[in-house]
Design a protein around this ligand. Structure first.
Ligand code: ACO
Length: 154
């Protein structure tokens, strides 16, 4: 398995994985916008044949006081789950948020019922749920807004 920065030629594979794994799907323009605007933050996992089996799509945001990263979407194909790929993809993106943008924290939304993703974020990576956003998803499910403070090396 190879994990590396996402490139424009990975967009179709990333979008296909997203369509397989999640109901939240985006126009290819949005994927491209992310890769062009924050080229250091999104990563893919590829198998021995170069097929995309996982991805993380991330961006930077500015609020009033703090620069922070945001994970838009992450997924790993069923055939490749529980191998540590999502953990590695998240860590690489978080490291780039710190080293390139000096991000103070990283945020994301996750469905209240998504046990696997919540396990990854909370138990493995140390995120905390800071808010419940009622009816955040198109089908009315609530989202946890989760956040992880990032440690900037001095
Ligand atoms: N149940 C409970 N905990 C889990 C599960 C699970 N099914 N899967 C992963 N975890 C937790 C565990 O703590 C695990 O550590 P362990 O294996 O040592 O116990 C830890 O996460 C790391 O697991 P990884 O192997 O790195 O995770 P994986 O590569 O399997 O991917 C993911 C996890 C991305 C949630 C995957 O299940 C998936 O693609 N699900 C469908 C798409 C999805 O829900 N994406 C997240 C939506 S929210 C968003 O995109 C911001």
């Amino acid at each position: 398995m190879n994990i590396r920065l996402a490139r424009a030629e990975d967009l179709v594979g990333m979008q296909q994985a997203n369509l397989f794994n999640l109901p939240e799907n985006y126009h290819i323009r949005l994927w491209l916008y992310h890769l062009i605007t924050w080229p250091q933050l999104s990563f893919v996992a590829e198998d021995a044949k170069g097929r995309i089996v996982g991805y993380v799509l991330a961006k930077m945001c500015d609020d009033a006081t703090k620069v922070h990263g945001h994970i838009n979407s992450i997924s790993v194909m069923r055939s490749h789950r529980r191998l540590g790929l999502a953990k590695k993809l998240m860590e690489l993106s978080q490291e780039a948020m710190i080293s390139v943008y000096k991000a103070n924290y990283v945020s994301l939304h996750v469905r209240e019922t998504n046990k696997a993703a919540i396990g990854l974020y909370r138990d493995t990576l140390g995120f905390e749920a800071v808010e419940v956003e009622k009816g955040y998803y198109a089908d009315g499910e609530n989202a946890y807004m989760m956040r992880l403070n990032l440690k900037i090396e001095s």
